[in-house]
Design a protein around this ligand. Sequence first.
Ligand code: SF4
Ligand code: SF4
Length: 306
Amino acid sequence: MSIKHLKLDLTNNCNLKCEFCPYHWLNSCKNLKKINLDFEKAKENIFNWWIKFNSVQLSGSWESLLHPDFKEIILYIRWKVDNLRIITNWTLVDKNLDCLVNNFDKIIISLHWWELVHNNIVRNKGAYKKVINWILLLKKKWFKNIKINYVLTEKNIYDVFEVIKFSKNYGIAITFSLDFLPNIDKYIDKVSILLYIISYIKNNGYEVNPNLDDKEIVKYFTNKAYIIDPNYCDHIYKTIEIQFDWSVNICRSNSFWNIFQKKILEIVNDSKRLKFLETIKREISSKEWLSNPRCYRCCYQKPKNP
Ligand code: SF4
Ligand code: SF4
């Protein structure tokens, strides 16, 4: 299986501080010096060395729109890929709206609903108004492939009913994601409510990510060491990630190399990456299956029989 997807961080900076953010609150990230990808160097080592990625996804880990050369980067990589996606908090669109509309195949926007709740979750007083205004502008420009990502937390689970009405009225798709870092203690006595709300979401035709059955949802919210599918992982064969510090890895593996040390094709074929693939293959076929904390709540896994 060959590499088809690239996940690229343009920066390690974000203007928000979402309470569930798996990146901001890691000790190792708190005091990071802010770095933007040096695109002139990156061109040489990523894009001029790769024939064609099927898809490139900008971040999801930080806010790509903070890169000062965002437009220039997009115009350069657009013709190199079939499918260009961005995950964004959608508060910094400003002068980039036309560039986004004209060049992206899909825009995934984080919105956790109504003004006070959203602003409280992302810890920014003006965020909600900006997101809504720019979503409506996107609609006015006839951009179709918008998806809102709504992370279900204990603060917004009861808003789901109204949010589904909003989605139907405005024709905007929503995916509901389970809290990435659930505070297990806060959920223990709410699991039956969660189950009810999640089944309401699904019965209305919306996607819940990960798509677990009731038994697995209970485990997800009550078990710290939860792995969606301990005996399967194909993500590692298809994807490569380049992080803000130019290190290359897959999911939460250690970095293989830095793109300024080696060209991307050399890294893909390098023994460090191949050893990691072997490790995962071995773990999957071991008695314990995938049981390393590296894989807890991994966003790239899908349940086998939802
Ligand atoms: S917008 Fe994304 S990167 Fe920024 S704090 Fe929120 S979850 Fe983290
Ligand atoms: S964290 Fe684990 S399950 Fe997820 S992609 Fe990596 S190896 Fe696979």
